[in-house]
Design a binder for this molecule. Structure first.
Ligand code: TMP
Length: 204
């Protein structure tokens, strides 16, 4: 039995990740590929509970705490869902994975990059995605897509700075892993992006 392919999707809000995930899912299923679609944080009962805790609460917390919770959820997700599916020959399409921890907890929130590398080695061992599609978009464009354009206030300015750091960290990851991570210019139209995705999946 050959191991399935592990594909992850990354990008900021407004970059169209969800739309492209749906399209990819249908496209791969039409090709007759047995597929497991999942997400992080989440994918297991524990992971979904941690997702609720992480995303619904606005109380301030250390980025290290967030990263530890992300990796706790990830450990369970790999053991219960990702590894069994891959070894059964299924492909796994995962909405976000460890690149998001580098981007958000290190890039956005300033946590030490190398600590994440330690957690990555510990939790993942040799497991890495075969392909990561990173939908790249300037934060200003992401914002204007989700809301009418106007001058950002101070809070929004801080948010834009945060997302600029998130983006820079994603781009750093892409530079460090050029074989795995494909940077997709998400400022283009959906049909233009789909042509590129079609090309990428027909070559893996
Ligand atoms: P999304 O699934 O709707 O894109 O949202 C997930 C949120 O969780 C998003 O703001 C990014 C964040 N996140 C992290 O901060 N670190 C991580 O490791 C992961 C997987 C997600």
């Amino acid at each position: 039995m050959t191991r399935g392919r592990f594909i992850t999707l990354e990008g900021m809000d407004g970059a169209g990740k969800t739309t492209h995930l749906e399209w990819l899912k249908e496209r791969l299923q039409t090709m007759g590929i047995a597929l497991k679609v999942t997400r992080e944080p989440g994918g297991t009962a524990l992971g979904e509970s941690l997702r609720g805790l992480l995303l619904d609460s606005h109380e301030s917390r250390q980025p290290e705490t967030e990263a530890l919770l992300m990796f706790a959820a990830r450990n369970e997700h790999i053991a219960q869902v990702i590894a069994p599916a891959l070894f059964a020959g299924q492909w796994v399409l995962c909405d976000r994975f460890t690149d998001a921890t580098y981007a958000y907890q290190a890039g956005g929130s300033g946590m030490d990059w190398s600590r994440i590398t330690e957690l990555e080695r510990w939790v993942q061992g040799d497991l890495q995605p075969d392909l990561t599609l990173y939908f790249d978009l300037a934060p200003e464009i992401g914002k204007t897509r989700t809301r009418a354009a106007r001058e950002p206030d101070r809070f929004e300015r801080e948010q834009l700075d945060f997302y600029a750091r998130v983006r820079a960290a994603y781009l750093r990851r892409a530079q460090e892993h050029p074989q795995r991570i494909r940077v997709i210019d998400a400022a283009r139209t959906i049909p233009e992006i789909q042509i590129e995705l079609e090309n990428i999946i027909s070559n893996i």
